[in-house]
Ligand binder design. Sequence first.
Ligand code: 4AD
Length: 457
Amino acid sequence: MKHTDIKDIITDAASYIGKETTVCGWVRTSRNSKSVAFVEVNDGTSLKNIQVVVEKGEGDYKEPRVGMSVKVVGTAVEGRNGTVELNTTPAGIEILGDCPTDYPLQKKGHTLEFLRSMPHLRGRTNTFNAVFRVRSVLAQAIHAYFQSHNYVYVNTPLITGSDCEGAGEMFQVTTIGYNTEYKSEEEYYANDFFGKKAGLSVSGQLEGEMGATAFGKIYTFGPSFRAENSNTPKHLAEFWHIEPEVAFMELDDVIELAEDMLKYVIGDLLKKCPDEIDFFDAHFEKGLKARLEELISHDFARVTYTEAIKLLQESGEDFVYPVEWGCDLQTEHERYISEKVFKKAVFVTDYPKEIKSFYMKQNPDGKTVAAVDLLVPGVGEIIGGSEREADLGKLLHAMEERGMNLDLYSDYLDLRKYGSVPHGGFGLGFERLIMYTTGMANIRDVILFPRTVGSIR
Ligand code: 4AD
C-alpha cells in the first residue's frame, strides 16, 4: 500500500506542504463538529501523531473510532505552531480495520502494570513506542561501535552442553521425559536427543573465547537464558546479552572498553532519539537527559570490592542483607554504592573468588579474582566481566575445586594448551541498559514479550 511514514512528513515538512500525501495508521483521537472533524493518526514511526482535518462539506462522514486503522489521502498543509497537518474530505478517509468499543486502549493513562497484561497491544502507546525505538537505536549503535573497532560479530550456540557460569541456572533441553525405566540419570541422558545433558545457554562467553583466540576481537549479541528463581524488577528468564571477548586484553583494558562502548552508544542515542529521551525525562525520570549527558562527559568511578565492603559497613545504613567481606553484593548494596557514594556509574573490581565464576583470572593475593561489575544508579549491575584465567594449571585447579566435570570443557581447556594468551571480556544485559537509558523501572517493560518466573504467553 503506497503511503508515506508520518515521521518523514514531520521531519521534512517543507517537502510535503501543498502536495497530495497518503498516510496509513491507527486513530489515536477523533473529534467531530458540524462542518469539520479532527482525527489524530499515528503509524508507529514517530512519537508524534499527524492531525487530519476533515472538511465535511456535503460528503457522508463516518467518524472513525479510536483504534481503527485508516488510510488517509489529503493535502499536507502547515498547521499551528509550525506543525504539518493533512487536509482532506470524507472521501479521503478509508477505514481499513474496524475497532470495537471494547478496545482496551480507548482511554489514555493506563498503568504500566495494566499494559503488561496486553503485550500484544501495548506497543501502540507512546511509552512503548518510545521504549522500542530506543531499544532499536541502541542495538544498532552497539553493532556500529564494535564493527568500527575491528570486532567480528559471532553467533554462539543457544543450546549447549556446558554451563558457563556454573551457577546451575540452566533450562534443560530435552525431547523425552525422565521416567523410572531409566536405571540412572546417565542412561536417561544417553537416550535423549543429543545423547547427553543439554540446556539453554546462560552466556556465549566460553564459545566467545574460542572466537577471540582466533579472530582477536569478537562480540556476541543474542539471547541468554537463566532459570533463576528471581522474581525482581531486573531479572528475566530470557534476556539479550552483548558479550565482547578480546585477546590480549587485561582487566584494565576490559574496563576501558566497557566505558568507551557505553559512552558511544548513549551518545548516539542522545543524538538519534531526542524526542524519546525528552518523553522519558518528562514522564518517567526527571533529569534523565542531564544524567545521560553527564555520564558520557565524565569518567566512571572505580573501587575494589574490598573498599566497597568498607564503604557499606561504614555507611550507617540498615541493609536487609548483612555486609561482610565475602558476601555477594545485593541490589540494595549496589545501589547504595552507585547512588549514594559515587552518584554515578562505578566499576567494582577484584571480588572474592568464591562468589565468582571458575574462569576468572586468579589474583596474586590468592583470595580475589580479576572480576569487574559495572553498577549504575537506578538499576544496579548492568555489566559483569573479567580477565580470564589463561594458565592451564590454575584453571584446572579452580575447576577441580568446584567439582566440575572437566570432560565437558575439553575444548575450552585446549585454548590454554595451544597458544594461550591473556584475554578478557564482559557481558552487558541489553534490557538493563535500556532501563538505565529510559528510566523505566521494571525490566518487563523494555522487552516485547517478557519471560519471567511463572509467566509466559
Ligand atoms: O554477570 P553475568 O552473569 O556474566 C556473564 O554471564 C559473563 N559470562 C559475561 C562475560 O564476561 N562475557 O551476566 C552479565 C550481565 C549482567 O551484568 C546483567 O546485566 C545481565 O547480564 N543479566 C541479566 N539481565 C536480565 N535478566 C537476568 N536474569 C540477567 N542475568 C544477567
